[in-house]
Design a protein around this ligand. Structure first.
Ligand SMILES: [Zn+2]
Length: 295
């Protein structure tokens, strides 16, 4: 059976993509115990997939990625120091998006249960303190021994994006993150529409910002989202990182991409199941509207 999903360990959900303005820096992830490695199966080429990435071959045009929730050490790799790098949301930041490793897998499980089709899944178990999969390679790692793990994460996303395009003609990559700015909010990140260019061209702006957009559908399912109004810019620093830009329809893969930046209310352990159900309801409705051929 492909894609054995395991939920690993309870998580002290503390970190976020960008630190809250007055917050102290998050504790280093290496102080947390590494969870036991699950026995994974993978559709990727033999020898490519390490136990540091949870992966699943999908059956529908949805790809779920979560690069920042991991806690596992990469054996033999030294911690990143960020010397000479710009700090912040697009630069060097090693805080963990607590709970997103588990939330991404919960969402994948719920989508499969509700629709009968498994989404594609690429989830980092490795900590961001060793390599950051949501950065371009030149600033993503320092120790060359971290490169194979970074490369593997992107080889999987690349393979899955191509697979989705080939099999379904269109698709959506959802990059799951956590932010510390508003616990109650899920922020949309599409580089202000650039990473969903194809969606907008096919179905108009209402598919991006209206009641029947992904975030409109999340709101209809009880989530607080931002932005809510057409024409309002996405929150700076949360508007879509390297993965969203690289794999979205501003790039060359021919599918769309969105970053979901979850507040703590949605990714805390007690809330994750409910969050996964709400996200799945929105994803299923979105898929029916925009990813399914009606004729
Ligand atoms: Zn993140």
């Amino acid at each position: 059976m492909l894609g054995l999903l395991l939920l690993v360990g309870a998580v002290a959900a503390v970190a976020a993509d960008v630190p809250a303005p007055s917050a102290a820096p998050p504790p280093p992830a290496e102080s947390e115990p590494a969870a036991a490695l699950p026995d994974l199966e993978s559709p990727a080429p033999a020898g490519m997939v390490s136990s540091l990435i949870v992966t699943q071959l999908g059956e529908c045009p949805i790809i779920i990625s979560a690069p920042h929730g991991g806690t596992a050490k990469i054996p033999g790799v030294s911690l990143r120091k960020g010397v000479g790098l710009e700090k912040g949301p697009a630069g060097f930041f090693t805080g963990r998006d607590g709970g997103t490793e588990e939330l991404a897998q919960e969402i994948a499980t719920e989508i499969a249960a509700k629709t009968g089709k498994k989404p594609y899944l690429v989830v980092a178990r490795f900590a961001r303190t060793y390599t950051d999969a949501n950065r371009p390679p030149e600033i993503a790692y320092e120790d060359p021994d971290a490169k194979p793990v970074y490369d593997e994460y992107h080889a999987l996303l690349t393979q899955y994006c191509r697979d989705v395009k080939k099999k379904f003609g269109r698709g959506l990559l959802i990059d799951v993150h956590g932010q510390g700015q508003s616990a109650e909010t899920i922020y949309r990140g599409t580089n202000n529409g650039n990473s969903v260019k194809l969606l907008r061209e096919r179905f108009g702006e209402a598919a991006h910002t209206g009641d029947k957009s992904m975030f409109g559908l999340l709101a209809a399912n009880g989530c607080t989202v931002y932005p809510t109004q057409p024409g309002v810019k996405e929150k700076e620093g949360l508007s879509g990182g390297y993965i969203t830009k690289h794999y979205g329809s501003s790039g060359g893969f021919g599918i769309d991409s969105m970053q979901f930046e979850f507040g703590m209310k949605y990714r805390a352990e007690a809330a994750r199941k409910d969050t996964a159900k709400k996200v799945t309801a929105a994803v299923a409705a979105f898929s029916d509207l925009y990813l399914t051929d009606k004729n």
